[in-house]
Design a protein around this ligand. Structure first.
Ligand SMILES: [Zn+2]
Length: 268
């Protein structure tokens, strides 16, 4: 019998940022690794279809309505930061592939240069795309005073709901940094769950939804391994996340317990 690698249960919730063939001038070197080319994004959508995977709405996956107990065939697409390329590049590719994605937007940056406008958001929503909260501003939520934190979470939820006329169920923490206080505040404000940047398949019904970052340098082979739920496709990213968080922690003087996702691996 051929050796078979253990596969993980749950569904990869993929996280993208901007999409562009060449980087916009405003995008700094540190951010560049998160920008995926339109050709790569189109190839990912094709790979998902060829692998027999189904793109699910985050809520449908999370509520357990979409698939069987192991979520072997569910994939969720999410795109953060509300860039103009969400409309210009991602939206037509998603429509062409006949799939839907979740867009996590910062409501403070809507209508700003390089970002989505409300009319684009409404148009995308009418075409089946889903809009969720990335907080009002793109700020670090852990350590924020309680009143300001609540305002970040409440304002973005309310503004999106008012404009698109549909409930906002999920918060994606800017920089993927979470702590228990942020999670509690989000639940209190009415979010069902909070998305982290822990590169591991997500499980339905959990308060923290793990998401897998897709990088500019993510190869077709690694993407296929993510779809196949092979542990080796996820572990390097967990290591990379740890390396990313450590200098940030030192830099911002965030106490270890305020650090995000890895603390929620066991109890997510
Ligand atoms: Zn972000």
């Amino acid at each position: 019998m051929a050796a078979r690698e253990l596969t993980l249960s749950g569904a990869p919730v993929l996280m993208y940022h901007g999409l562009a063939a060449s980087l916009p001038a405003a995008v700094g070197a540190r951010e560049a690794k998160y920008w995926v080319s339109p050709a790569a994004f189109a190839r990912h959508l094709a790979q998902i279809r060829e692998a027999g995977q189904r793109v699910r709405r985050l809520y449908d996956f999370w509520s357990g309505a979409a698939d069987g107990p192991d979520n072997r065939s569910a994939i969720v697409l999410t795109i953060d930061d509300g860039r103009a390329t969400d409309y210009e590049v991602a939206f037509p590719l998603l429509l062409a592939a006949g799939v839907r994605a979740e867009f996590f937007v910062n409501t403070a940056t809507i209508e700003r240069p390089g970002h989505l406008t409300w009319s684009q958001i409404v148009e995308m929503h009418r075409a089946g795309m889903s809009f969720q909260s990335h907080a009002h501003d793109h700020v670090l939520l852990p350590g924020m005073p309680a009143r300001l934190l609540r305002n970040e979470l409440e304002t973005s939820k309310r503004l999106i709901e008012e404009r698109v006329g549909r409930g906002v169920d999920f918060l994606a923490a800017p920089y993927g940094l979470l702590d228990r206080r942020v999670i509690a505040a989000a639940r209190d404000v009415g979010y069902q769950a909070v998305c982290s940047s822990l590169s591991w398949p997500a499980r339905p019904g959990r308060t923290v939804v793990n998401r897998v970052v897709v990088h500019r340098d993510t190869t077709a082979a690694r993407f296929a391994a993510i779809l196949a739920r092979q542990p080796s496709a996820f572990l390097p990213s967990v290591a990379r996340a740890a390396l990313t968080y450590l200098p940030r922690r030192v830099l911002l003087k965030v106490r270890p317990r305020q650090l995000g996702a890895h603390l929620h691996l066991e109890d997510a």
